[in-house]
Design a protein around this ligand. Structure first.
Ligand code: AMP
Length: 425
């Protein structure tokens, strides 16, 4: 019997790894430029970390968490998202005690028990940021700016940034009363889950993907007409900064996000080229009450998460290519006989000590098939060690891209070899 990976999980290798590394390296570089530092938290936490923050009534907590008891009967959960863990770590390690904001980023795998489909996995990868400690709208704008720059740097052009304000807990009380009033007469037309949500958490009805529920919401009261003056000013401030930063956005009054902890500004970046409900590449928002609810200080925060898998999928779909040749130059050492292997190892050692990516043919085959392999595997140079090279002490170096060949004396001209390889950078 052969064993397969669990449904909704994926192996990464070959070209996908190149895409993934490109995505992650681009993000790391940008996080550095925007002054974020990395945090790594465990892949599982006590279940309460997620149920208390994301919200008991959300789909994630009710249906999608990988929750299990450990050998001592404690309830643990594989993380379904990053923010809750970062907030737990922030409080536990008192990371807020120095200068604010605390700007953190994470890269990690997340787990949600959803029905797998294109762009929706049970184990998927996210990179995200959290900017903790400052409540003013300039921070919202900076986080959105970073999200926007990331996708621009990857080479995406036609993405849409949706933005909305869902107000603070004060404006929401009024809104929820109105929403309930509007929804009650339609109760029988809503799906079973949404019927229950009317009383328990009506905002979550906006997450429902069912056509019938969506239709009913089209004419519902909108949260942004219930904003208090502080939330209104905050939102206008964010939009104003985005204009200054020349970031295009669409205000979407129906935008809500699947977690309960959000306040004020929320946003999502979507692609109209993904023709399914799974068209969001990333999203985030403010969560001004969460840290305090977790037993930490009363400080506001904002952040976002980007789906690496979906980003990779769309890059391939849109033929967004990054120049693979921009990687470090790679050298393939081809040795033609077992007796020359020690000479070849000397060459490989020299190159690796100089930090050149380099490999050797461990099985002796014929030269032309090895050269073909070098070309196919995007090596930039082939070094040939055969009878002639051993006898004369002059090694042959082929520049694979330029179809040029050089003879270089191994003992006296090592610098020439380095220069030649460096010329590819
Ligand atoms: P969320 O944490 O739900 O706001 O999601 C942020 C981003 O993570 C989304 O925009 C997706 O790109 C990605 N994402 C969320 N859930 C999944 C999933 N089940 N499979 C793949 N990517 C996901």
């Amino acid at each position: 019997m052969t064993l397969n990976s669990p449904r909704g999980t994926k192996d990464f290798f070959g070209n996908d790894i190149k895409y993934r590394n490109f995505i992650i390296n681009t993000a790391r570089q940008l996080f550095y430029v925007y002054n974020y530092s990395e945090i790594i938290t465990p892949a599982f936490e006590y279940t309460e970390v997620f149920s208390r923050s994301i919200g008991e009534e959300t789909d994630i907590v009710q249906k999608e968490m990988y929750t299990f008891l450990d050998k001592k009967g404690r309830s643990l959960t594989l993380r379904p998202e990053g923010t809750a863990s970062v907030v737990r770590a922030l409080i536990e390690n008192k990371l807020y005690s120095n200068r604010l904001p605390v700007k953190l980023f994470y890269i990690g795998n997340m787990f949600r028990y959803e029905r797998p489909q294109k762009g929706r996995m049970r184990e998927f990868w996210q990179l995200g940021v959290e900017s903790i400690g400052i409540g003013s709208s300039i921070i919202d704008a900076e986080v959105i700016w970073l999200l926007n720059s990331f996708f621009k740097q990857l080479g995406f052009r036609n993405l849409i940034l949706l933005i909305n304000s869902i107000g603070c807990s004060k404006c929401r009380v009024k809104y929820i009363l109105e929403l309930k009033k509007y929804l009650k007469p339609f109760k029988g037309e809503l799906c079973f889950d949404c019927q229950n949500r009317i009383d328990s958490n009506p905002l979550r009805i906006f997450d429902c993907k069912k056509e019938g529920c969506r239709k009913i919401l089209e004419d519902s009261p909108k949260i942004n007409s219930f904003l208090c003056s502080e939330c209104k000013d905050h939102f206008e401030g964010v939009l104003n900064f985005l204009k200054i930063l020349e970031i295009n956005y669409e205000v979407n009054p129906n935008l809500v996000r699947g977690f309960d902890y959000y306040t004020k500004t929320i946003f999502e970046i979507i692609s109209s080229d993904i023709k399914s409900a799974q068209n969001a590449l990333g999203g985030g928002g403010r969560y001004d009450d969460l840290i305090n609810q977790f037993g930490g200080p009363d400080i506001p925060a904002t952040g976002f998460a980007i789906g690496i898998d979906r980003t990779l999928m769309l890059m391939k779909q849109q033929n967004i290519n990054f120049d693979i040749k921009k990687e470090e130059p790679k050298v393939y050492v081809i040795v033609m006989d077992k007796n020359y292997q020690s000479f070849a190892l000397e060459v490989v050692k020299f190159l690796r000590d100089k930090n050149f990516a380099c490999d050797i043919n461990f099985k002796i085959k014929n030269l032309s098939s090895e050269l073909k392999l070098a070309e196919k595997s995007s090596y930039n140079f082939a070094v040939i060690i055969g009878e002639d090279e051993v006898n004369t002490g002059n090694i042959t170096i082929k520049d694979i891209d330029k179809f040029k060949q050089y003879k270089i004396n191994w003992k006296s001209q090592k610098n020439k070899i380095i220069k030649l390889i460096w010329s590819k950078k």
